[in-house]
Design a protein around this ligand. Structure first.
Ligand code: MUC
Ligand code: MG
Length: 367
């Protein structure tokens, strides 16, 4: 079997409810659909969500690196020789989302060829994940209303609150209002997207003590190595690395230097292959993992649940899988359903993302 071509198709779908957080905001899903074609007529597909404010990749840069740099070196290779494709991609540093998307498309291709679901090829642990919903910047009462609505409509009982605002009292108040309004049984954790200093994060932890928060994600820039290490040592809850750990090498550096003691795995920027390496590192060291969301479409969310449900360690905690609900539309032919707070994997060959051709024609921006 040979790879005959790679397409990177830019498209744009607006958000009905844009998400705001400390490092940016997403108003439109300016994503790239990657399709890897083969001489056997089987195609693998995956979605790339550029996040310029986080990783420096844009829709244009992802399209270019995939079509102009990776594709010419990868065409002609057997798609099952994944390590050879990775050797090509490793020569280029960074560009994690572009690389991750090519990797997921290769796994999708493998699943479709072998006629097996990819969650089984990866590990086959279970068939669904609990869903954690992300709450963006809003006044405290609106956050509570949103959480209550998601609890009622979808059965979701885990929420990640976006924090990192100044004055700190904005987020501290939001934590208190949410805990008061949601009761003790709902899981609440925080993600500051580097919005604070490590010492500010410490202050927030002190002033939210007793609220039962479970995790603190990316409180400050990982470059604040000394203060961050002090925060990790003193924090009563795990400090999760997210944008500081897109690769296995980054994860090992942050864990071993004490910059974090839990890891957020995102398939959008690590693919399935590097996510597997990161997961192995975490289980070996005995640190917790979460399955994160890069404000993914339904295609990206299917990839996350495919990886998350495949392994025991990634399915212990709720996965961040619900951001697609804030989009006005999606390319997926058969929409994802959230029932009783869970999303199921698809029992079909590959990752299960069938694309609606009419929608792709409507939303693609290159024609
Ligand atoms: C998150 O967990 O940080 C925000 C920016 C990004 O790249 O991902 C999101 C969610
Ligand atoms: Mg995060």
């Amino acid at each position: 079997m040979k790879i005959t071509g790679i397409e990177a198709i830019p498209y744009a779908i607006p958000y009905s409810h844009p998400l705001k957080f400390a490092s940016g905001a997403v108003e439109t899903a300016d994503h790239v659909l990657v399709r890897i074609h083969t001489d056997e007529g089987i195609t693998g597909v995956a979605d790339a969500p550029p996040r310029p404010y986080t990783y420096g990749e844009t829709q244009v840069s992802i399209k270019n690196i995939v079509e102009e740099v990776f594709a010419p070196q990868v065409i002609g290779l057997d798609p099952f020789d994944r390590e050879k494709v990775h050797a090509v991609m490793r020569r280029t540093i960074n560009n994690q989302v572009a690389k991750g998307t090519v990797d997921i498309a290769l796994w999708d291709l493998a699943g479709r060829t072998l006629e097996r679901p990819v969650h089984q090829l990866l590990g086959g642990w279970t068939d669904s994940m609990r869903v954690s919903h992300m709450l963006g910047f809003k006044p405290a009462q609106e956050l509570l209303d949103e959480a209550l609505r998601f609890g009622e409509e979808y059965g979701i009982t885990t929420f990640k609150l976006k924090v990192g605002r100044r004055p700190l009292s904005l987020d501290i108040e939001a934590c208190h209002v949410l805990r008061e309004g949601l009761g003790p049984d709902v899981e609440l954790y925080l993600d500051a997207n580097r919005g604070w200093t490590a010492n500010e994060a410490m202050q927030v932890l002190q002033q939210t003590d007793g609220l039962g928060l479970t995790l603190l994600e990316e409180p400050c820039d990982a470059k604040e190595a000394m203060s961050r290490r002090r925060l990790v040592e003193k924090s009563p809850i795990p400090v999760v690395g997210d944008e500081s750990v897109p690769t296995a090498g980054d994860a090992s550096r942050e864990l071993l230097s004490g910059g974090c003691n839990a890891i957020c795995i995102k398939t959008a920027r690590s693919g399935f292959t590097e996510a597997t390496e990161i997961l192995g590192l975490c289980t070996g060291l005995g640190v917790d993992v979460t399955m994160g969301n890069q404000i993914d479409t339904q295609i990206g969310s299917l990839a996350t649940v495919t990886f998350g449900a495949a392994h025991e360690a990634t399915s212990r905690r709720a996965g961040e899988l619900s951001n697609f609900l804030d989009m006005a539309d999606d390319l997926l032919a058969e929409p994802i359903a959230i029932a009783d707070g869970r999303i199921s994997v698809r029992d079909v060959p590959g990752v299960g993302a069938e694309i609606d051709g009419e929608k792709l024609s409507r939303y693609r921006t290159d024609r």
